[in-house]
Design a protein around this ligand. Structure first.
Ligand SMILES: [Zn+2]
Length: 390
């Protein structure tokens, strides 16, 4: 409703018949009493109209604020890309302001727990980093650079995952780009774990091996492959996803995980009498990782009870919790290994910048380029699809 129109109506003069006889009816002769009554009635009506419009406007503004936490919707109201198998409800509305998705962290929806679980993982890692920094000189001592680089990659992984899930329903382009960043985070964390394990968790007999020498360059290549392969699996496959898509993901993640686990597996093989205490934590980490893989790929429990685990208990949330336990147990094991590291032959050689921070920076650049290229591929493709639909 237009307020300026209502104001014009209010101040419109009443009809003076002698001057405007061509538009007024002949019987409406000027009479002061009638004019005043008419004017009063007009004024009252127009004022009411104005007040009504102002009230409507203020309600609309108020509703604008409320819409930041508007109720979620069902899978039928969102693009197919956002729909998850066996999830029926709790979808946030697409094409809302960025602030809507940030506020939605405090709302009940089907990505809410995914955001919170990795936000908690992020806070736990920051807390562990502070604990380590109280104990060791993480920047000044080059022997601690592998740990610092590894902790940075862990923080990056949680940050990328939290952002991807937080903004996943904004638009199709943001959804694709967000998960490309999430995969970049996984690849970079894979490299971080490789750096940590080959620096502190390696058995003395493996110190001069070619595996140790090639650990970081191969870690960079495998980390880049995680980012590229998972992005390909996201961009070039459409729902319902075929099993081949899982091979792209499991193959690349499995590749770097096997590589970063070799020093631990070697020690497990050598430790016949179970005296190595830190191996207890490393083994737990591996069990949690296997469970994470199981829940990631199985769609259990929601596949048996569709729509019942939309908010809490979905397999992806369990997968996130398993990943938190993987990182916590990994840090417990690494902490014990660092205690021993100062007394081992490995302590003689100082890790270089390129073997630690330099490698992480290099892989981050590669991942950034991957995201940049595929972001533009998706943007171009979505643009073409929109033109076709129009
Ligand atoms: Zn996730």
């Amino acid at each position: 409703m237009d307020n300026s129109h209502a104001l014009q109506e209010l101040w419109k003069p009443t009809c003076f018949t002698d001057e405007l006889s061509n538009i007024c009816k002949p019987e409406t002769r000027f009479n002061l009493g009638t004019w005043i009554t008419d004017w009063t009635t007009r004024t009252r009506d127009q004022t009411n109209k104005l007040l009504k419009n102002s009230f409507k406007l203020s309600i609309m503004k108020h509703k604008g604020h409320i819409s930041l936490l508007r109720p979620t919707t069902t899978k039928h109201d969102v693009p197919v890309l956002f729909q998850e198998p066996h999830v029926e409800t709790g979808f946030r509305h697409p094409h809302q302001p960025w602030f809507y998705y940030i506020c939605s962290i405090f709302q009940k929806h089907n990505e809410c727990m995914n955001v919170w679980t990795h936000l908690i993982g992020l806070l736990l890692t920051v807390s562990r980093t502070i604990e380590f920094s109280n104990e060791y000189d993480l920047i000044g001592n080059p022997h601690m650079w592998p740990l610092s680089a590894g902790l940075i990659t862990m923080i990056l992984m949680y940050l990328c995952s939290t952002c991807a899930h937080c903004f996943s329903h904004k638009s199709e382009l943001v959804h694709y780009t967000g998960f490309m960043i999430d995969y970049a985070g996984i690849g970079i964390f894979g490299l971080g774990s490789t750096i940590i394990h080959y620096a502190y968790c390696i058995h003395d007999t493996m110190l001069n091996s070619s595996l140790k020498m090639l650990s970081v360059p191969i870690g960079v290549i495998l980390g880049a492959l995680v980012c590229i392969c998972c992005t390909v699996s996201k961009v070039f496959y459409k729902r319902p996803y075929p099993f081949t898509r899982k091979i792209w993901q499991i193959g690349s993640v499995g590749g770097i995980y096997t590589w970063l686990s070799l020093p631990i597996l070697h020690r497990l093989f050598l430790d016949k009498d179970g005296e190595d205490v830190s191996l207890y934590h490393h083994t737990s980490q591996m069990i949690w990782f296997a469970l994470a893989g199981f829940f990631f790929g199985s769609d259990i429990p929601q596949r048996f009870f569709p729509g019942k685990f939309d908010f809490v208990g979905h397999s992806h949330q369990i997968f996130h919790i398993c990943i938190i336990l993987v990182t916590q147990k990994q840090l417990d094991g690494v902490h014990l290994d660092i205690e021993k590291y100062h007394r081992t032959p490995a302590f003689v050689d100082e890790p270089s910048f390129m073997e630690t921070f330099g490698a992480v920076i290099s892989l981050t650049i590669v991942c950034f380029l991957n995201v940049f290229i595929f972001h533009n591929v998706v943007k171009y493709r979505l643009g073409k699809e929109n033109v076709k639909q129009e």
